[in-house]
Design a protein around this ligand. Sequence first.
Ligand SMILES: NC(=O)c1ccc[n+]([C@@H]2O[C@H](COP(=O)([O-])OP(=O)(O)OC[C@H]3O[C@@H](n4cnc5c(N)ncnc54)[C@H](O)[C@@H]3O)[C@@H](O)[C@H]2O)c1
Length: 445
Amino acid sequence: MAVIAQKCPEIDVTVVDINEQRIKDWNDENLDNLPIYEPGLKEVVAEARGRNLFFSTDVEKAIDEAQMIFLSVNTPTKTYGKGKGMAADLKFLELSARQIARVAKEDKIVVEKSTLPVRTAEAVKTILDSTSNGVKFHILSNPEFLAEGTAIKDLQEGDRVLIGGEQTPEGQEAMDALSDIYAHWMPQDRILQTNVWSSELSKLTANAFLAQRVSSINSLSALCEATEANVEEVGRAIGADSRIGPKFLKTSVGFGGSCFQKDILNLVYICRSLGLQEVADYWEQVIIMNDYQKKRFADKIISTLFNTVSGKKMAFLGWAFKKDTNDTRETAAMYVADHLMDDQANIHVYDPKVRHEQMFADVDYLNTRSEAENKELLTPETDPYEACKDAHAIAILTEWDEFVDYDWQRLYENMMKPAFVFDGRNILDKEKLESIGFVYYGIGR
Ligand SMILES: NC(=O)c1ccc[n+]([C@@H]2O[C@H](COP(=O)([O-])OP(=O)(O)OC[C@H]3O[C@@H](n4cnc5c(N)ncnc54)[C@H](O)[C@@H]3O)[C@@H](O)[C@H]2O)c1
């Protein structure tokens, strides 16, 4: 919404959230306190905030005044009842829809921005149409394709914008109204219009395809480790085929983030519900491979450190699920930490952007042990050299650029010997580290 406000100065954009702290942070004078870290975001907010971009907790006023409403609430995986652990939890969306239905006095276009299972727009429409006050709602699906860490660039120079609408004259009019907003900066041929269901399904499956590439290359990393092949070389060779392409073929400790796992589980659930068992199993394997990769990495650390990490200090560089974000949802780091903590390792974590309370919240969320035990085994650090001092091993969990530039000689000198590095992102120079004296393990090489 900040980018829309930046690109369309004549449109007033009001972002509302029921979370008061978040809105307070969005309004913070100090732009370094914005709740989301994203390169380029604070510049966009600085330009538009107070001009035509506003943040507020007054949801009803914003609904009343808006001609177009973007529903961007969270749609996590259900943690209870039917579809537990797989289906999307749509309660936040339903509550918003009900609130819009209750408050609106004039016709509105309602845009689904959240990632939703196929045919959700229909449910939203049923709720909205059930008000008998004569207000007309047009529902559009406009899934968001930005990736965290590159969100601003993705929004400003996106590959495409997808707008799904009803195939009626009013539906077309609503789609055109939204297209006009994007046309302020997107070339017309990148604004794709489809029917609502195609749009909803395209978002879920685009994420499934991306995650599948990661799981595919990660499966090969295990095969490479069992043979003489090097997954970096294999990835480069596969990606040089123009039909396959070079992007998203980088191996790692596993993908994280709030979207991939949730969306694939959702896709699997939809397929199962429709009786498409083989299709469901096919996509579920992407998740199974990802879980395997995280566990394989943790197991590799334990077996290399002479089959026990009990009482040993382990340094983690990185906690965010990828670089250039402070988001830790489903981060591989917390699963690897959890596994090592099961073996009573003492984990010291440094991440340039993640708050220390968040690290504790993440391991507590896994519910493996008590909060007190987690506090004992996990120590967030503000200085990377302190995190690595006297450690038996360093594990790289996020590919932050700064890690490459550290003084590795100095890190080595202050560690226990033999000093191990487990490069879960393959960002370090193996030869350089080995020449310093480290025992280096990179994934699939
Ligand atoms: N994070 C991403 O990279 C990304 C990318 C594309 C799509 N999406 C999709 O966008 C949606 C939101 O994701 P997110 O990462 O921003 O989630 P988030 O949890 O960070 O943000 C959702 C916000 O909605 C607020 N909210 C919930 N109910 C509300 C209500 N009734 N009224 C007002 N505010 C309410 C919450 O307080 C929260 O601040 C999800 O469906 C996700 O799949 C996310």
